[in-house]
Design a protein around this ligand. Structure first.
Ligand code: ADP
Ligand code: MG
Length: 583
């Protein structure tokens, strides 16, 4: 927190110094453009970090502006409460929209269109509802910021607003520098992975949308004090698209980017519009296209990459050994089967993939699941891990009935999953990926704001990192790892959470023969030391011989055979299925 205070103090001094250095007119412009920067930062928090393309940040911004205008007109001395109420109103509006919209898991395009339409609808309502909003002309003559019966003079108000705007930007900057910032990036780049790690991603997205709404609402109130009026155009198309432009040009997913974008484009627009009024709209269009083509990540990230600035590196978590072994089979679970999938049926349209499959595990064992391509092995793991449901049959995992549950609930019960194609957070470092895996099963958004950057990692996950050399690559972005290292990282992540059942889909794909035998030894050790139940989908018979207690063969929609490796290898039905197929 002391760091936050320092940053806040520096911002305040910077704002005062900048305002003092500029002429009164420029200082006024600066305060207005900093308000726009706050709006852009609120969009960046929601879109750049969390991945929700909201074209409706004007909704909380505008409604809060009208609210603040009403309060300021009725009680000019109540500016501080008005600013607070505006932030609360912005949060409430965003929470309402977020709950109604995000729980249905819409695609990005639908979110964008829906929020834009809502904003434009509000423009119409504000025009029609004259008694409250003042109709087309809006509410004018809003008094300046005031308290105890006096109003701030113009120049002081400009400085005050600049300080408050920079304060709001700093608050968002501090938020994203906390572990929640890494989690939001995770949700943006791979929501499926985050859900499988135990994050209730919908809840976190609604939380982020709400925080973004509070910031936009605060900006809305500042806007009213700064301009002394508010009209329906505050919800309009022009401002909605401009906010996206500032954020995109400056650089999504950084806080500095949208601030620079908003300031640069607005100062340029204010200066050049006098000279070339008729060309300015055209110029913004050209800037937009140029940025998309030349610098798709925006100005700040491109410069950071170009000059390899250290600020491009995110804060890294510290991996510390956890005292408690998260990888355990808890006694409460041991009274029931580890999992029990009975008569499972899975259809895709008219195509029946799984037709009455029964797969159970009573005692912790190391089970391999084999079968020809397309037999439904990955789908069966999806059903055990909650990524997919099934049409008929019952599934119980670690003592919990599974129907209608989300993957994050499975993860919180102890189901850890490695997918067939590695699902990592490519933008984040190896350490951050492992830390996110460790935080996943115990975290709410606010606890991720407060918690430290230390991640308590259970011994087995640390062992995997050490034995595979990934502990030397902790700061490397996961997206830059070799395919084999990606596989290992994902296995380490699966072991880093609250792991009571490990589901691995083709863990050795992309590994050399030696590496895959190493993997077999490591998994056997994990299993033996912690009595950890493991299910592995594999093709490679050498690996299976080295690792498996028992093998289940899936073919033609049902279980073809089940037994020890030797039994399976001498089974003529299995030979028939695999004839012509290597391994
Ligand atoms: P395996 O892992 O044994 O190779 P999968 O479980 O990946 O098999 O999938 C088996 C088959 O199920 C695929 O070949 C595909 O035809 C079908 N399938 C899987 N997922 C879907 C889906 N979402 N929609 C339609 N068909 C699917
Ligand atoms: Mg598969």
């Amino acid at each position: 927190m002391s760091r936050a205070l320092t940053v806040g103090a520096v911002s305040a001094v910077a704002a005062i110094a900048m305002s003092a250095a500029l002429s009164g007119f420029r200082a006024g412009q600066l305060s207005l453009f900093l308000i726009f920067a706050v709006l852009a930062v609120s969009l960046d928090f929601v879109w750049g970090y969390t991945g929700i393309l909201s074209l409706g940040q004007l909704l909380p911004f505008g409604i809060a502006a009208y609210t603040a205008a009403k309060i300021a007109t009725a009680a000019p001395s109540l500016s501080v409460p008005a600013l607070i109420v505006a932030a609360i109103v912005g949060a409430a509006i965003a929470a309402g929209v977020g709950v109604a919209m995000l729980r249905r898991r819409p695609t990005a395009v639908v979110v964008g269109l829906l929020t834009l339409v809502l904003s434009l609808t509000l423009e119409q309502i504000a025009e029609q509802w004259r008694d409250v909003t003042g109709g087309f002309n809006g509410l004018t003559g809003v008094p300046r910021i005031g308290a105890f019966g006096t109003q701030l003079p113009d120049a002081a108000q400009d400085i005050g607003i600049s300080v408050l705007a920079l304060g709001a930007i700093t608050v968002v900057g501090v938020l994203v520098s906390r572990p929640i910032g890494a989690v939001l990036v995770g949700i943006r780049s791979n929501e499926r992975r985050m859900e499988a790690l135990g994050y209730d991603t919908v809840r976190i997205k609604i939380w982020a949308f709400t925080v973004g709404g509070a910031v936009a609402g605060f900006a809305g109130a500042l806007y009213v004090y700064r301009t002394s009026f508010v009209s329906p155009q505050i919800f309009g198309f022009a401002l909605a698209t401009n906010v996206v432009l500032w954020t995109l040009v400056g650089g999504r997913g950084t806080i500095v980017g949208p601030v620079i974008g908003a300031l640069a484009i607005n100062f340029a627009s204010a200066t050049l519009a006098d000279v070339w009024l008729q060309y300015w709209t055209l110029a913004t269009g050209v800037i937009f296209v140029l940025v998309v083509v030349v610098m798709p990540h925006g100005l700040v990230p491109s410069l950071q990459r170009l000059f390899r600035l250290p600020t491009a590196r995110r804060r890294q978590p510290r991996l510390v050994r956890s005292d408690s072994h998260a990888v355990t089979t808890s006694p409460s679970v041991r009274r029931t089967a580890i999992f029990e999938a009975v008569d499972v049926e899975k259809n895709f349209g008219f195509f029946r993939l799984l037709d009455g499959v029964t797969l159970t595990m009573d005692e912790p064992e190391l089970r391999c699941l084999i079968g020809p391509n397309g037999a439904g092995k990955s789908t069966l793991l999806d059903i055990l891990g909650g990524q997919q449901g099934c049409q008929a049959g019952t599934v119980e995992v670690l003592g919990h009935e599974c129907t209608g549950r989300r993957p994050w609930e499975f993860a919180r019960h102890g189901v850890s999953r490695k997918f067939q194609s590695p699902q990592l957070i490519g933008d984040l470092s190896v350490a951050a990926n492992v830390a996110i895996a460790a935080w996943g099963t115990r975290s709410s958004p606010w606890s991720l704001v407060r918690s430290s950057w230390n991640a308590h990692i259970p011994q087995p996950a640390l062992e995997i990192l050490e034995r595979t050399g990934l502990d030397e690559l902790l700061e490397t972005p996961a997206g830059e790892l070799s395919h084999g290292d990606k596989q290992w990282l994902e296995i380490a992540m699966a072991a880093a959470g609250e792991c009571r059942l490990l589901l691995l889909d083709e863990p050795t794909a992309g590994m050399t023969v030696a590496e895959s035998l190493d993997a077999a030894a490591l998994l056997r050790e994990l299993h033996a030391e912690h009595r950890l139940p493991i299910v592995i989908v594999e093709h490679d018979m050498a690996f299976i011989r080295a690792v498996a207690d028992r093998v289940t063969v899936l073919a033609r929609g049902s279980v073809l055979a089940d037994g020890t490796v030797a039994e399976i290898e001498s089974n003529p039905d299995v030979h028939a299925i695999y004839s012509g197929v290597d391994g």
